[in-house]
Design a protein around this ligand. Sequence first.
Ligand SMILES: *Cc1c(COP(=O)(O)O)cnc(C)c1O
Length: 223
Amino acid sequence: MADIKTNLNAILSQIPENVQLVAVSKTKPNEDIMEAYEAGQRVFGENKAQDLVTKFDTLPKDIEWHYIGHLQTNKVKYLAPFVHTVEAVDSIKLLKEINKKAKSHNRVINCFLQFHIATEESKFGYSYKEVEELLNSEAYKAFEHIQIAGVMGMGTFTDDMEAVRKEFKTLKGYFDQLKKDFFSDDENFKEISMGMSNDFAVAIEEGSTQVRIGSDIFGARNY
Ligand SMILES: *Cc1c(COP(=O)(O)O)cnc(C)c1O
């Protein structure tokens, strides 16, 4: 069995203080999450709405939950009462639903815009042009219960770290451009969520402010 506390501290020693660690606990039981919690970790990521609701209900309430997967609009209502950040927003329809449900709970929910930066076809996410259109739309300007707090992307799953580095550079470039063109007065637009167990060191070198790490902390997942 993996020693979660040892793994967590090993990861933390490789992450600068200004980079936030999201401990990706998907598929892992509450006992594992509590080991990381007791070692001081408070930010966790999940990618199944039902699992996230169950974990929220049964684990300490000071955990900051990030939803890191592709979110279907019909699941937003389950997460809206408590989710801190929806990391992978990839449609205006989803943003609209998050705004609506956040409003009904009198909350503001952080959202990251997910960009498609990998070469794989299957991955979700926006192009830069699509995001410009979104941010210029009247619909977007009317949303009062969402905060676009940053961008998120996943590198190609490969051992070729120079290819992944290029993808992370692209995401950093998108962030900088959006900051300049749309969010220059908005100090809450500040996060670049990139880097997982296999590529977080490169992501940090390329400007990541938030890494999402699962297997290096909790061990391999068995689905
Ligand atoms: C599973 C997952 C991670 C963590 O992956 P590891 O390789 O286990 O670190 C990070 N981000 C997203 C979006 C994920 O789905």
